[in-house]
Design a protein around this ligand. Structure first.
Ligand code: BLA
Length: 507
């Protein structure tokens, strides 16, 4: 099993414990306590064992009233994310506590932490959200949007390092903006390997969009009893704000010199596009109002990035369609596809950002720009035809994906081919040159196996480790692949129509 699979097996949603900066209890459908954190007494003056099996209304009527006062909370539409219902004093009259509630399976999960001053909440969050949104809307580029969000979050949280990073197709994350205090190493421009955040954690962060760890040296507080009363399954804590975090990740933080962290998800189209990550060398509290403000900022940022990405994609699609129409017109004016493309050869090559392109019809091949030898292109198309693929074929590494035709990779690194006949080996083919580039990793991205446990452990160093990537071209993006497919279909239609016209004339 590889390291990433191993990491993805850790059931981080059922740690059976919480971080100690608050307390938690779970209620069944009758509002009776079925499980509580062992530190309950410290927060509400009652031992976990004392309240188990008791109805909330009996031991803490104010909390039961607050829970009932929420018109939005109903069985049909449960709140799966912690919702701040309000503030109240503990039954023993202690500190003012903020009560957050969410639904997990058959349970209502109540979390309590120190409340914020209400007036400060109104004074800070609303002007901040309004100001941030106004500034955000004036910005065009995604990186400038991230810059703004990072600066704003740094200002309101005071974390020593705040950065935004976005994931690539393989799940590696590159730091696109960063603000750091002096004394912190900078991670700007570095790439963090996908294995730093295993798959189950990514899936969780799409739903649960903010996570805080006050102190990486914390002692987890167990839930009592280990399973909710009357259940054989552990409490699913996916959405609990106080959920105890994976020990592997705690080790990672410490290796990074981070004692406190907060991260917010940037979610686009239900996918984790990136994260804003905050670090501090010292343990620190993050009050509820600050968390809420940061969550809002990350939400607004996600929406604005989404809008920008969609607009860019539309513009790219529009430009490609314009080229398709022009190339089809040229082909329609000529007797055949080859002659038509000859008239628009520059556009044909640059259409999907190729360095060269070829049109192949059986044993004939015409090529433009930088391509392999024609004989090698023909051999490649023969292979495509024999392997029966009627779809777009694309690769950013010929040496990896087409190793049995090594002469292709000698002159080009990437290829995309689309069939233009349903019977014969007729193809449009684009080639891309090799792109040698440097990747600056935040520490060598090698799996590190713990010799004792056999488990993968986080790396110790995050300083720049340079890799020279060769043997591949720039990747073909989804809009380009789609456009090639469209052009292929349209040419196929055109060829058929011309054949029909010829048949009609001959008849
Ligand atoms: C979780 N790893 C995470 C999280 C981040 C990172 C942000 C989310 C938890 C949080 O909000 O703090 C990684 N942190 C980063 C990165 C940066 C950063 C990339 O600040 C960039 C600046 N981690 C490993 C290995 C494993 C691993 C080898 O390095 C697996 C064995 C696991 N990471 C791991 C797990 C979690 C995690 C299990 C989930 C933690 C949890 O939510 O319980």
């Amino acid at each position: 099993m590889d390291g990433a699979t191993l990491c993805a097996r850790e059931p981080i949603h059922i740690p059976g414990s919480i971080q100690p900066h608050g307390c938690l209890f779970a209620l069944d459908g009758d509002r009776k306590v079925v499980q509580a954190s062992a530190n309950l007494a410290q927060w509400v003056g009652m031992q976990a064992r004392q309240v188990l099996g008791c109805s909330l209304a009996d031991w803490w009527p104010e909390a039961a009233a607050l829970l009932n006062s929420q018109p939005g909370r109903c069985a049909e539409q449960p709140d799966v994310l912690p919702n701040h219902l309000g503030d109240l004093r503990a039954p023993d009259g202690g500190a003012l506590l903020a009560m957050l509630v969410h639904t997990s399976g058959p349970y209502d999960v109540v979390e309590l932490e120190l409340a914020d001053d209400r007036q400060r909440v109104l004074d800070t969050i609303y002007p901040l959200a309004r100001g941030f949104l106004a500034q955000l809307q004036r910005i065009q580029s995604v990186s400038a949007m991230c810059e703004l969000a990072v600066a704003e979050i740094k200002r309101i949280t005071g974390f020593g390092r705040v950065l935004a990073y976005c994931f690539d197709a393989e799940g590696h994350g590159s730091v696109i903006s960063e603000r750091v205090d002096t004394g912190y190493p900078s991670y700007a421009g570095l790439r963090f390997p996908a294995s730093d955040i295993p798959a189950q954690a990514r899936a969780l962060y799409v739903r649960n969009r903010i996570r805080v760890i006050h102190d990486a040296n914390y002692e987890p507080v167990p839930l009592v009893p280990a399973l909710p009363v009357g259940s054989e399954l552990p409490l699913d804590m996916s959405h609990a704000a106080l959920r105890s975090v994976s020990p592997v990740h705690v080790k990672y933080m410490k290796n990074m010199g981070t004692l406190a962290s907060m991260s917010m998800s940037i979610v686009i189209n239900d996918e984790l596009w990136g994260l804003i990550s905050c670090h501090d060398a010292q343990a620190r509290d993050v009050p509820l109002r600050v968390r809420t403000a940061c969550e809002l900022i990350a939400g607004m940022l996600s929406m604005q990035i989404d809008a920008r990405v969609q607009q860019d994609r539309m513009a790219a699609r529009y430009a490609l369609r314009r080229d398709i129409v022009e190339m089809l017109t040229a082909m329609a004016e000529r007797d055949n596809v080859m002659a038509g493309l000859r008239d628009v050869d520059t556009m044909f090559v640059s259409f999907v950002r190729g360095d060269g392109a070829a049109v192949v019809a059986g044993s004939r091949c015409e090529s433009y720009g930088h391509t392999p030898e024609r004989a090698d292109i023909l051999q490649f198309c023969q292979w495509l035809q024999e392997s029966g693929g009627r779809n777009v074929f694309h690769s950013d590494s010929l040496q990896r994906d087409v190793p049995h035709l090594p002469r292709l990779a000698d002159s080009s690194a990437g290829v995309m081919a689309v069939p233009i006949s349903s019977l014969h080996a007729h193809y449009l083919v684009w080639f891309r040159n090799e792109r040698v580039h440097e990747v600056n990793w935040a520490g060598a991205p090698r799996d590190k196996i713990d010799p004792q446990s056999g488990a993968l452990s986080p790396r110790n160093s995050f300083s720049c480790w340079r890799e020279i990537v060769s043997g591949s071209s720039a990747p073909w993006d989804a809009v380009q692949i789609e456009a090639a497919r469209e052009l292929g279909h349209a040419v196929l239609g055109l060829v058929l129509r011309k054949a029909e016209e010829r048949a009609a004339l001959a008849a």
